[in-house]
Design a protein around this ligand. Structure first.
Ligand code: AMP
Length: 174
């Protein structure tokens, strides 16, 4: 199989080439067609098997059409390191698409994160704790979110984030 067969927006193929991907990995082959239909899905694959791009590509495809300047995709992940990795993947695959993304996590000052949320960056990659803080402070606007990803959900729950994730779910559309 090759990436052309997914019928992804042609503007994404440049990012895929730039990332150096020639063929989809098994998780991408399985998940991307389902994600493109807009259905919910659960994917399991080991680290290093390309699962980030398996959700980033359908998100970019969806967001290319539709409104800008509002948060339309929220990716929740347990650690700052994972947030940065996902953000890097989005930057590479989404180069030139004029979609904005930002990370929202603890351990760094909140000011640029608040600005990104208030400016309506289209994609937010967040750790639960900091995002909830910024929601409490009324900086985050998640009522227009169309796609929600719980990345490494098992690990997130092992780390005790289940209550925080449940709280977050109240701020995104059903
Ligand atoms: P992940 O499992 O998402 O952490 O991805 C592991 C690594 O595989 C990252 O460096 C990705 O950029 C890379 N990768 C993802 N998809 C592909 C692909 N289809 N072909 C080659 N490398 C890929």
């Amino acid at each position: 199989m090759n990436f052309n067969q997914f019928n992804l927006d042609s503007r994404l193929l440049a990012g895929i080439a730039k990332a150096g991907y020639s063929q989809p990995t098994p998780i991408q082959e399985a998940a991307i067609p389902v994600a493109l239909t807009g259905n919910d899905l659960i994917g399991t694959a080991q680290t290093g098997t390309g699962k980030t791009a398996a959700f980033v590509l359908p998100i970019l495809h969806k967001l290319l059409n539709g409104p800008r300047n509002q948060t339309r995709a929220l990716i929740v992940t347990p650690t700052r390191e994972l947030a940065e990795q996902i953000y890097d993947n989005i930057r590479i695959l989404g180069a030139g698409l004029r979609l904005r993304s930002a990370t929202v996590n603890g351990g760094v000052g909140p000011a640029p994160q608040i600005k990104a949320l208030r400016d309506g960056a289209e994609i937010i990659v967040a750790c639960p704790g900091r995002l909830l803080d910024l929601i409490d402070q009324r900086h985050a606007r998640l009522e227009r979110v169309e796609v929600l990803v719980l990345d490494e959900a098992d690990r997130m729950f092992d780390m005790g984030f289940l209550p925080d994730v449940c709280k977050l779910l109240k701020f995104v559309p059903a």
